[in-house]
Design a protein. Structure first.
Length: 302
């Protein structure tokens, strides 16, 4: 377990570790998680976070790399990672939110399948029921990655959002994307997200209506939405509403995303909401937007 972005909450880490140990995993903590190396909100300075990341992939005794938390800082260390070495040592990689930048880089530069899903740090600020759900979903995801349960159809759990069709139709392609802010943060760099012929997934939390519209517009101007074969909008949580008249989130999504006329749905539990389903990034998936169904079309764990 490494902390390649923000400093994790060590109470939350202990709760997550209990889940890992419960299902029989032997956990090795990287320096960024085990030691107090905090720099501002970051788990450690850039060089040390990158060193931990490279170590976790190079060490052949490690089968999977789990991120302790997201937060902020992933884009800062992309240029410090050894992609040639990582390509030669592929392994399970799990995380979401700020971890999106690593998914994009590893998918495109190392041709790896990675997994967008829960981090180990359980959010202790949430209510007892949400903490319980967080523990249960972390265990479920890990069992999927261990091959103990199938990764087939991806659908919202009971109590999750209701999936909605934006544009009808069917599409297939490799899955790409993640957090909206991190995706747009790659634009113009060597890590710029490639959406051509792919199923493009996006989610976001605690941003203003202006922000959402601006960043979705940026993805239209750079043709990232147009080039995708299909689009999955995850939850857009806890939107900040300014004073005065503003469009609703649904109006923004339907106008900005729906306007590209690609098969698309909205409301998948893959991000910062109450639930966080496992998404195999860079795996081939199919999207039936009319029936609101997503299926994984290849084996993604051995």
């Amino acid at each position: 377990m490494i902390s390649p972005s923000s400093n994790p909450d060590h109470v939350g880490i202990q709760m997550g570790l209990e889940v890992l140990k419960k299902i029989g995993l032997k956990v090795v903590l990287g320096d960024t998680t085990r030691k107090l190396l905090t720099v501002r909100t970051l788990a450690a300075e850039d060089r040390l976070r990158a060193k931990d990341f490279n170590w976790a992939f190079k060490d052949d005794s490690i089968d999977a790399v789990l991120c302790a938390t997201g937060g902020y800082g992933s884009l800062r260390i992309l240029d410090l990672l050894d992609y040639d070495m990582i390509r030669d040592h592929p392994k399970v990689f799990l995380g979401f939110s700020d971890i999106t930048a690593f998914h994009v880089a590893l998918n495109q530069l190392c041709n790896m399948i990675t997994f967008h899903g829960p981090v180990v740090d359980i959010e202790v600020t949430k209510g007892a029921e949400e903490i319980k759900i967080g523990k249960q979903e972390l265990e479920m995801v890990l069992r999927q990655l261990m091959g103990q349960s199938e990764i087939g159809e991806i659908k919202n759990p009971p109590g999750g959002m209701m999936l909605m069709t934006i544009n009808e139709g069917k599409a297939s392609g490799r899955l790409c994307g993640g957090n909206l802010c991190l995706v747009t943060g790659t634009l113009g760099s060597r890590y710029e997200i490639d959406t051509k012929g792919k199923i493009f997934m996006l989610e976001e939390i605690r941003e203003s209506y202006y922000y959402l519209e601006s960043h979705l517009t940026q993805l239209r101007l750079t043709r990232k939405l147009d080039q995708a074969s299909g689009i999955i909008m995850g939850e857009i949580s806890e939107t900040l509403k300014p004073e005065g008249p503003t469009p609703s989130v649904e109006e923004i999504v339907r106008e900005r995303v729906g306007g590209v006329r690609k098969p698309s749905i909205w409301g998948l539990c893959c991000g910062h909401g109450k639930h966080n389903m496992l998404m195999p990034m860079n795996a081939k998936v199919s999207l039936d937007a009319s029936e609101r169904r997503i299926r994984v079309l290849e084996s993604v764990v051995e």
